[in-house]
Design a protein. Structure first.
Length: 587
């Protein structure tokens, strides 16, 4: 009936219409109306925990979660679903991730009991130099490292996803990419987090014709909430990848568009960079906590090492008895983070270029020594907290996350990114691909801090082909070799705190999954010497005690969204942080 009503004006006016009418052609709701519509659309897809027995999925999107559901319905396996999510989330969150970025994936394969840590993060171009982000006066130029052509590293997303799919996927690539193509072609309403990113980056997006065309209206303003964002060029690019695989990106038409754009803009990336890009299959970082096995991302992420170190340092404290969000628990956890971040600033970098003492930093005895330095009664000023001495010293290191599990004992945790909101705020003409600004994750110089306040170090200096240090912490927690929790988050350096605390909530405090990932969070990254606590903060008496102990507490958001799936007595559960548009599904 509805179809016929829509068809009538087309017939009367002899204009070409397709049925159903594309959302993109519908009148665009504005202002409050648009906001309410966008909210209602999200609410429809929300539930605290999705529960099933065959699979569970949690992503930071609505359509990305639905993409996984479609793939499972077509009898695809967990890798097909994860790759479908990756492509779909690249469309749904163009400000967080995309084909111009990179990521990490942790995959536990049920049938072989192997856990893979796959690194498809961006690399420094061959022409990059150690001092490329220094001004003439020797200070770090954060504008250069965070915005525009110089901030972009060599993208790894397409290589990573296709290599993973080739090795483990079951459905053809065209089926796996189809939901992303559909979403790019038909669009979706702009939602609060995306609107916020477009507003923040409006002035930069204005300067780049291809980005302006997609993300701004004809008055060069960010699209309003509820506007249907269609990404036609991206749909074309995805179609080409579905047909031709990764060669069209690294040695074909799409790569050529990158090379031309970088040459026109006087950037560094060249054809050689694209031809030489390699996905790296790494050994996961391993730890254990009270009988649970922790598998997480190794260097070039700092995340896995510090999640394990954080837990190790607190293992013998019986925090459960001390109370969830009690003064003692927050104090000890804050000092555990402070020590871990001091070590991050000393030791962490790309293991292909520097020696990262992974074993030493995740060692139980090392954790016990570090734990002895904590004070039970006062905050420790960060000036009094140095890095530890690892034995053996120097042994031979805005984003999105999703997690999946199935009834075959498989689990996936993957964090993917273009780094800051809207990455470099540039789109490669004709491709719809937003460039990353991952080069800012390198240290412009020792002591200078990056977008997330992470302290610059020698170990993370820029070298051609090197990978910038990350905090992304995709993690799988297992019991007796069976995945129990797959978890991760976006949020720069906050990722480490958010992932570590959510694990602690779940396995130490036995908090239900949804509450484990949504609870008030705290973050201390050594420098600056501040303890951030999510609003509305802990109990007033706990806040008073922490301040009396000497903490500089700031009640402000610890900005990360945690996406997790869990396996509890043959039941699979998914939960997505309600602070964003994330959703979960299970069957
Ligand atoms: N770009 C954020 C991270 O990798 O930590």
């Amino acid at each position: 009936m509805k179809k016929h009503i829509l068809l009538l004006p087309c017939l009367l006016l002899f204009i070409q219409c397709s049925v159903p009418v594309k959302k993109a052609d519908a009148p665009v709701p504005q202002g409050a109306e648009a906001y309410i519509l966008a909210k209602a659309e999200r609410a429809e897809h929300k539930s605290a925990e999705a529960v099933g027995t065959h699979y569970a999925v949690s992503t930071q999107g609505i359509f990305a979660t639905q993409a996984a559901k479609k793939i499972f319905a077509q009898k695809g396996n967990i890798i097909d679903a994860a790759v479908a999510v990756s492509f779909a989330i690249a469309v749904e969150r163009p400000h967080s991730t995309g084909l111009g970025g990179g990521g990490f994936m942790l995959f536990h394969e049920g049938k072989t009991k192997k856990t893979y840590a796959i690194d498809f993060r961006e690399r420094a171009p061959l022409l990059a130099t150690e001092k490329m982000f220094l001004k003439a006066d020797g200070t770090a130029d954060s504008n250069l490292s965070q915005n525009g052509i110089m901030s972009a590293g060599v993208p790894g997303m397409v290589a990573g996803l296709i290599e993973i799919h080739k090795r483990f996927g079951k459905l053809p690539l065209s089926k796996v990419i189809a939901p992303a193509i559909d979403l790019a072609e038909n669009g979706f309403p702009v939602y609060p987090n995306l609107k916020n990113a477009l507003d923040n980056k409006q002035e930069l997006l204005k300067k780049d014709p291809a980005a302006r065309e997609i993300f701004l209206d004809n008055k060069e303003k960010a699209w309003p909430m509820g506007h249907i964002l269609v990404q036609k060029d991206l749909a074309k690019t995805l179609r080409k990848i579905a047909k031709n695989g990764k060669k069209i990106f690294y040695n074909g038409e799409i790569g050529d568009a990158f090379v031309k754009f970088f040459a026109d803009q006087k950037g560094l990336l060249s054809k050689k960079d694209l031809l030489g890009y390699q996905v790296k299959w790494r050994e996961p970082v391993k730890g254990n906590y009270k009988g649970f096995e922790i598998y997480s991302m190794p260097p070039p992420s700092s995340g896995g090492i510090h999640v394990v170190q954080f837990l190790n340092q607190l293992e013998n404290d019986n925090l459960k008895e001390k109370g969830l969000l009690s003064t003692t628990s927050i104090n000890l956890a804050a000092q555990s983070l402070q020590a871990a971040f001091a070590d991050r600033a000393e030791y962490l970098g790309d293991p292909d270029f520097v020696n990262v003492p992974t074993k030493g930093l995740t060692d139980k005895e090392y954790a016990a020594r570090r734990r002895k330095e904590f004070s039970e009664t006062t905050a420790r000023p960060s000036t009094a907290v140095g890095h530890g001495f690892v034995v053996p010293p120097h042994e031979s290191t805005q984003t999105t996350h999703f997690s999946l599990m199935d009834d075959q004992g498989n689990a996936i945790a993957s964090t993917q990114t273009i780094n800051g909101q809207m990455g470099a705020s540039m789109v490669v003409p004709g491709t719809g691909i937003v460039l990353n600004n991952e080069m800012d994750d390198f240290s412009a110089k020792p002591g200078a801090s990056n977008l997330f306040g992470a302290i610059g170090t020698n170990a993370n200096a820029i070298v051609p082909k090197k990978t910038p240090l990350s905090s992304m912490s995709p993690t799988i927690v297992m019991k007796d070799g069976i995945p129990k929790l797959a978890i991760g988050a976006p949020g720069g350096t906050r990722i480490i705190s958010c992932v570590a605390q959510s694990i602690l909530n779940y396995i130490e405090f036995n908090v239900p999954l949804y509450e484990s990932i949504t609870m008030i969070r705290y973050h201390h990254q050594w420098l600056p010497d501040v303890l951030d606590i999510d609003p509305p903060g802990p109990r007033p008496e706990v806040l008073r005690d922490l301040e009396r102990m000497g903490y500089k507490v700031q009640i402000r958001e610890v900005p990360c969204s945690v996406m997790a799936v869990a396996h509890e007595d043959k039941i699979l559960k998914g939960a997505a942080d309600p602070r964003d548009i994330g959703t979960s599904v299970a069957n």
